[in-house]
Design a binder for this molecule. Sequence first.
Ligand code: 4AD
Ligand code: MG
Length: 431
Amino acid sequence: MEKIMISEMPKHVGEEVRIGAWLANKRSSGKIAFLQLRDGSGFVQGVVVKADVPEDVFAAAKAIHQETSMYVTGTVVEDERSAFGYELQVSGIEVIGESDNYPITPKEHGTEFLMDHRHLWLRSKKQHAIMKVRNEIIRATYEFFNGRGFTKIDPPILTGSSPEGTSELFHTKYFDEDAYLSQSGQLYMEAAAMALGKVFSFGPTFRAEKSKTRRHLIEFWMIEPEMAFTEHAESLEVQEQYVEHIVGSVLNNCKLELGILGRDLSKLEQVKAPFPRITYDEAIEFLHKEGFDDIQWGDDFGAPHETAIAEHYDKPVFIVNYPTAIKPFYMQPHPDRDDVVLCADLIAPEGYGEIIGGSERIHDFELMKQRIEEHHLDPEAYAWYLELSKQGPVPHSGFGLGLERTVAWISGAEHVRESIPFPRLLNRLYP
Ligand code: 4AD
Ligand code: MG
């Protein structure tokens, strides 16, 4: 008998098959047992009818507990009532391992309890769906960039430099030297873009940020494309096409998961390029009109500001040209104004906040040298980076998309802690 995955059942209707599975949930009476089975690839209902199976099989169905592992044999049948569309008419159950008072039951549990049991919580239907959405976004990311001539480049994680400011660095010893966990691979991606033209990275980044919000992780994964001979306006076009592509891919390939998550699809279906662009100046003016008296030109936006701006649109919105003073050292000045830079943050709808930060980079040697000095960065640590603007410098632009914020937005999860398998938060390194 063929051993298959639950996700393969549509190809095996009418056949008797064998699956490895855990019991997710169960309902039973004297004559029939309904087993919610999961195998990692999906969830299916197994129906055990007392009159149709040997006595020991029905006894096993009655005895198993939530998360008991087993091999189950049965016939795949179509079932219009289930979201999956199929069920298994069980003919045999072979228990592999018992479960011992599985702590996460179908009742409500508090968030801290679930976070303490994250190693088990991942097995639940909603968490499973979010991980599937995450995987689809990663798959679609490779598809998008590989399809457009980008080369995947892996920047180092142990570094001596800090693109996004020195206040949020994780420090470690590198033998006798000081090192930091990467907060962004950007500077290395710029070097790589000068070698390979268009590059993208996908890897973990670290921020020792004492923020405890639904948008902040200490360790998060970032996709960082970088493009030579590319001005900022062209980079914005790549960004909106990329975001349209990942949202479209999830809509096409994760229908079951979005259903489980109860996601409002009409909101996602509107995410089509082009996205609106407003300047930082316009954003400040808009906020003042909306009654936000707390913010002044030159301030960075907080979550309530971003949410108010995003609520005005049904698509993600670019806020362009932020003040030079609140952005990192490497950003290209606006051609007509000294006080703003050629950059943009992409703000997701529905209160999910900034999902992309990007900019054109300085490629003038003197200006870059001056900025490194102004920001009190160690000239030795940045010597290699500065050298890039001496060796055939070209206009170049890039951006970083935060994977977890994007997963949270697309899957409708209320907090980024659910969009990464094992979140690192301000007060959490366990499990
Ligand atoms: O805006 P950020 O800091 O930009 C950079 O790091 C640039 N060097 C990227 C580049 O141009 N190559 O971060 C980029 C994105 C943010 O828009 C956000 O989505 C995500 O990374 N991000 C976080 N996600 C979760 N937790 C945090 N603490 C995050 N900090 C940034
Ligand atoms: Mg940012």
